[in-house]
Design a protein around this ligand. Sequence first.
Ligand SMILES: NC(=O)c1ccc[n+]([C@@H]2O[C@H](COP(=O)([O-])OP(=O)(O)OC[C@H]3O[C@@H](n4cnc5c(N)ncnc54)[C@H](OP(=O)(O)O)[C@@H]3O)[C@@H](O)[C@H]2O)c1
Length: 298
Amino acid sequence: MSTQKTILIAGGTGLIGRALVKRLKELGHHVRVLSRKADLEKNIFGWNPNDKRIDLAALENVEVLINLVGEGIADKRWSNRRKQALIDSRVDTTHFLASQLDSMPHLSHYITASGINCYGYENYDKKHKETDPFGDDFLSQVVQKWESAADKFAVRVKVAKIRTSVVLAKEGGAVPAIAKTINNYVGAPLGSGKQWMPWISMEDMVEVYVHAIEKELDGAYNALAGSVTNKEFTKALAKTLHKPLWLPNVPSFVMYLLLGEMSSVVLDGLQADNSKLLDSGFAFKHTRLEETLSEIYH
Ligand SMILES: NC(=O)c1ccc[n+]([C@@H]2O[C@H](COP(=O)([O-])OP(=O)(O)OC[C@H]3O[C@@H](n4cnc5c(N)ncnc54)[C@H](OP(=O)(O)O)[C@@H]3O)[C@@H](O)[C@H]2O)c1
């Protein structure tokens, strides 16, 4: 049993946050959430980083601050305005939290969500390590700015950056989105289907955060159990759902027409190396894709 800590989770109402709050409470921690929709009965405190408002009661005695905030990367087409919102909801929010450091004298650890898609897409076969440089594409640049904002905390506390891969969960994210097309008999691999998708199960994702707290991780960590190609993933999910895949791959230009620049999220891919996380003592529960999907659905 770990030592009980007072933990504040910004963005703790989201997909990862809800599962993480539940787990940290099970472990006996005092957990609070920051959300734009307060619900004090559930320990959800109000804030609005846009207009720099925060309920200061949320910050009292906080020892660990976890930041999961960010507008959904694949929620809307990437107009210039949307791209700015994707950056601002991560970078400005982090700056705002850092500006509250003086109200958190007991803080010893800042843990931020980050993205695995930060290395660019040129080195197809390379398993990127945390020491590799950032890429030049939009998502890599988002991550670079996001992590650099997180470093504002490093003047006083340890800063862990969890470079998150695609989180596999039934409740939201990529799995139900792809499952919907398969269940409607219009599922198909996208583009060449050869693009890599690094993935992690929700259960392991939550345990990565628990591990980061317990081991007081510092620095960037690639959080992925493995990588699978888009075609392999689509086939594995169809098999899990007992549905046929009969359509040919959706050509890249069609995806571009449908999604614009955001098609990069599904058409580009990369592999990454998780040995730094493993060497820190983390053990994955789920490393086999088909078993993981089967556990999610059955
Ligand atoms: N899920 C994945 O597969 C995945 C993969 C890679 C990286 N990540 C990153 O990990 C983090 C957590 O992921 P998630 O899937 O849990 O995200 P999520 O379900 O979209 O939740 C994000 C939370 O951020 C808050 N938020 C969104 N826009 C905001 C804004 N403009 N200002 C203030 N708060 C805002 C929302 O809280 P309120 O509405 O309550 O304020 C929301 O609950 C995100 O930063 C995401 O980019 C996730």
